[in-house]
Design a protein around this ligand. Structure first.
Ligand code: PLP
Length: 391
């Protein structure tokens, strides 16, 4: 068999590999604390589950429009209007099976040999993977611990060339928990006015997971670039719905039709029951979202304080999402080796910073979407593991 050359360029998300290994070890009877994969350890709020169950009983078993049920797209548009104060038409909304699919579609739409696509590094690994797959050249936007892993507008602008088609951005960010300040967004948008041909895909999947009274900055809310911003968001993280597989993109102008065409050619539509449940998520009571956010905030504080007490670790305060990414250079162990040692010996699943790009060497990522008890026990195990290494 001869496969297309692009298949070899498709990357992966190590979190799934670590999860598989953690499950194997658990099956062998080992106790594993999973701080690897980024998914809330809460149940989906009951009103959403009930809406899904009712949808099944009511016979929502057929295909829906490829871009999503109209009532759902209206609910998304209304939600965006309330949260970001931007008017969005239901026609601009394309509902897809998870947040990831919007980035895949954007890479396919803009990427081809000769094109350049900018992406955050360290960043969600799928950005780099889908850019490579498209044939475009991935151009990293380095993120630094010194600036809380927020991006620098000047650095982003300095990377734009005549070949740049698309810039992928993410705040609040995976894997760092970094949140880019509004002033930086303002500067970026001002600078982008000189590059009217460059599109922006703003991954705002963690927009409702911000701490310390911070307000989310949405790139969709800037009128001067409104006609070239693709917004990526979804239900996975906000409503603890990772396995339901639903997300959406807001696509400007004719891009919504292109995205819908990609959906027709791949997934046809998101399963109908999930879509009905997602309407309830957006239009029903929102108190569980706040309850989960407050719980994450408490764990964030515990994890930050614990990480900074581990010899050889140093962690900047994460301000959003549910990740912390300490610098581990002081341990003298590489990120990959530490990930493996912690999983195989200490029974703690984490993800090496290098899984998020070259700029992740010297860091490992912890998800604090786990219980307080698990976090404290994990930290105890890590201290014990590192103590044996020093002896
Ligand atoms: N974008 C970022 C930054 C993420 O961290 C994730 C998941 O971890 C996604 C998108 C994908 O979300 P989904 O599970 O809805 O596809």
């Amino acid at each position: 068999m001869k496969l297309a050359e692009r298949t070899a360029r498709l990357g992966t998300e190590s979190a799934f590999e670590v999860l598989a290994r953690a499950k194997e070890l658990e099956a062998e009877g080992r106790s594993i604390i999973n701080l690897g994969i980024g998914q809330p350890n809460f149940e989906t709020p009951i009103n959403i589950v009930e809406a899904g169950r009712k949808a099944l009983l009511d016979g929502h078993h057929g295909y829906t429009p490829a871009n999503g049920i109209l009532q759902l797209r209206e609910a998304v548009a209304a939600d965006i209007g309330t949260r970001h104060c931007v008017e969005v038409e239901p026609e601009e909304v394309v509902v897809v099976p998870g947040g990831k699919v919007t980035m895949f579609f954007a890479a396919l739409m803009f990427g081809e040999p000769g094109a350049e696509i900018l992406y955050p590094n360290p960043g969600f690994p799928i950005y780099h993977s889908v850019i490579e797959f498209s044939g475009a050249t991935p151009v990293p936007i380095p993120l630094y611990e010194e600036t809380g892993f927020s991006f620098s507008a000047d650095e982003v602008l300095s990377k734009i060339t005549a070949n740049t088609r698309l810039i992928m951005l993410n705040s609040p960010a995976n894997p760092t928990g970094g949140v880019t300040p509004k002033a930086e967004f303002d500067r970026l948008v001002e600078g982008l006015e000189a590059h009217p041909e460059v599109a922006i895909m703003s991954d705002e999947i963690y927009s409702r997971l911000l701490y310390d009274e911070q307000e989310h900055v949405s790139l969709l809310a800037y009128p001067s670039i409104r006609d070239r911003v693709i917004l990526l968001d979804g239900w996975s993280k906000t409503y603890a719905m990772t396995g339901w597989r639903i997300g959406y993109g807001i696509w400007p102008g004719s891009l919504a039709e292109q995205a819908t065409r990609l959906a027709v050619n791949s997934n046809s539509c998101v399963n109908a029951v999930t879509q009905v449940a997602a309407i309830e998520a957006l239009t029903g009571p929102q108190h569980s979202v706040e309850t989960m956010r407050l719980a994450f905030d408490e764990r964030r504080k515990i994890m930050l304080s614990e990480l900074n007490q581990i010899e050889g670790f140093r962690c900047v305060e994460p301000q959003g999402a549910f990740y912390a990414m300490p610098n581990i250079e002081g341990t003298g162990i590489s990120a990959g080796e530490l990930q493996d040692g912690l999983l195989e010996v200490a029974g703690v699943a984490t993800i090496a910073g290098t899984s998020f790009g070259d700029f992740g060497e010297g860091y490992i990522r912890f998800s604090y979407a786990a219980s307080k008890e698990e976090i404290l026990e994990a930290m105890r195990r890590i201290r014990a593991f590192l103590a044996t290494r020093v002896e």
